[in-house]
Design a protein around this ligand. Structure first.
Ligand code: C2E
Ligand code: MG
Length: 406
């Protein structure tokens, strides 16, 4: 493959990589045995060889996956002709012990140089295109370029949607309680997008894109303003509000000023605001990050390390960077205490938190067993469906009232 690419680059010609994967091969193996499976693979290999020129390369790279390297293509579209021809041959029935099997294959195509300039990239891209062909109905081919432009289109649509959502004010905040063992409650502000057609959308589906495009900045600044305003006007003085800051927001130079501004305009005292930062955001622990964290802490805001236990955070940084608490990631909480590995890790994190003098909070607590395990080991508070799902403002206030929090 590498030699072919080199030559193609030299001659300014194209080459295409066609990944072919049999549809339904596993069933043949399972039902008729491996000898029958071998015969099918040999038959398919013969057909592939018969359907290609002698200068092309046919290979079986594993299982029921074949690769065809087509050389000296005049146009990228010619690869489609080759792929279609091969798929037709492969879809012809195979007769085995008087039984007529109907099999087919799915193909993914990547073209040199458009879809990649090296062997590894081209293989990855052909594989991705093949996967898409499988997903979308089998016995067909997809070009990597089409797969990519579909993605690009989806991305564009999402971005347009978010811009419109900002204009139309479609972003909302729900509040999820965090309940302390000794009774205190804080509320974490969690973003929701009320899409006119799709209904309520959780951040997983759009936060990454919002980060990448920078749209998280206007969106996040709204969250900050709305959450501080809600806390100042509606929450009892003993209840703190928690706001998540993504790395893009935290690393933006004006962030400390923006937080100060939100506190000033809302009239919320700094001690009632907590900021959630993820491990990856502060991981570098460089001087600038440190300085910014200290300034925020200096305002009197509490800082929490979110999703703790999923990254490679250096323990020595926790106190040095002035964190007040760490939030044990919900992936580690799941299945306690029976999940032995999680149990060990969580136990270690709780010991660590205690020895560093920071508070530990657990996220995603869904069962009594999980909560008991955590609280018996000194976890200061829990958040999760066991206590309460995220709530709209009205329900959040009712929740606080019900608990007599304030
Ligand atoms: P996070 O800060 O770790 O928030 C906790 C997430 O866990 C929330 O998901 C919450 O709904 C979910 N959760 C709570 N209890 C349970 C439970 O018992 N089981 C399970 N399986 N999940 C539970 P959500 O609201 O979808 O938020 C996801 C992430 O999006 C948040 O993770 C946070 O990192 C980010 N995010 C949310 N709102 C904002 C925002 O306003 N700004 C920024 N920058 N990020 C936000
Ligand atoms: Mg959080």
């Amino acid at each position: 493959l590498e030699r072919t690419l080199l030559r193609a680059a030299h001659r300014h010609s194209r080459a295409a990589l066609v990944f072919l994967d049999l549809d339904g091969f596993k069933a043949v193996n399972d039902r008729l045995g491996h000898a029958a499976g071998d015969t099918v693979l040999q038959t398919m290999a013969d057909r592939l060889r018969a359907g290609t020129r002698s200068s092309d390369l046919v290979a079986r790279i594993g299982g029921d996956e074949f690769t065809v390297l087509v050389q000296d293509l005049a146009r990228a579209d010619d690869a489609a002709l080759v792929a279609r021809g091969l798929l037709e041959r492969m879809a012809e029935g195979v007769t085995l012990d008087d039984e007529e099997l109907s099999l087919s294959a799915s193909a993914g195509i990547s073209v040199f140089p458009e879809d990649g300039s090296d062997a590894l990239t081209l293989m990855r891209h052909a594989d991705l295109a093949m996967y898409r062909a499988k997903q979308e109905g089998k016995n067909d081919y997809r070009f990597f370029i089409t797969v990519m432009s579909e993605r690009a289109r989806e991305r564009m649509a999402l971005l347009d949607g978010m811009r419109a959502a900002l204009e139309r004010d479609e972003f909302e905040i729900v509040y999820q309680p965090i309940v302390r063992r000794e009774g205190g409650v804080s509320l974490e502000a969690l973003l929701r997008w009320r899409h006119p057609e799709l209904g309520l959308i959780a951040p997983e589906s759009f936060i990454a894109q919002a980060e990448e495009s920078g749209l998280i900045l206007p969106i996040g600044s709204r969250v900050l303003k709305a959450a501080t305003r809600f806390a100042a006007t509606s929450l009892p003085p003993g209840v703190r509000v928690v706001v998540n800051l993504s790395s893009r927001e935290f690393l933006q130079p004006g962030i400390v000023g923006e937080v100060e501004e939100a506190l000033r305009t809302s009239g919320l005292s700094a001690s009632r605001l907590e900021l959630d930062l993820s491990e990856s955001t502060v991981m570098t622990g460089n001087a600038e990050v440190k300085e910014r964290l200290l300034r925020l802490r200096g305002l009197g805001i509490e800082l929490a390390l979110d999703d703790f236990g999923t990254g490679f955070f250096s323990i020595s940084h926790i106190r040095e960077l002035s964190f007040c608490r760490l939030k044990v990631d919900r992936s580690l909480v799941a299945g306690l205490p029976d999940h032995v590995e999680h149990a060990m890790q969580v136990e270690a994190i709780l010991v660590l938190a205690r020895s560093l003098g920071v508070e530990a909070i657990a996220e995603g607590v869904e069962t009594v067993a999980e909560r008991d395990f955590l609280e018996e080991r000194g976890c200061a508070g829990v958040q999760g469906y066991l206590v309460s799902p995220p709530l709209d403002t009205e329900d959040a206030l009712a929740f606080l009232e019900g608990r007599g929090a304030g």
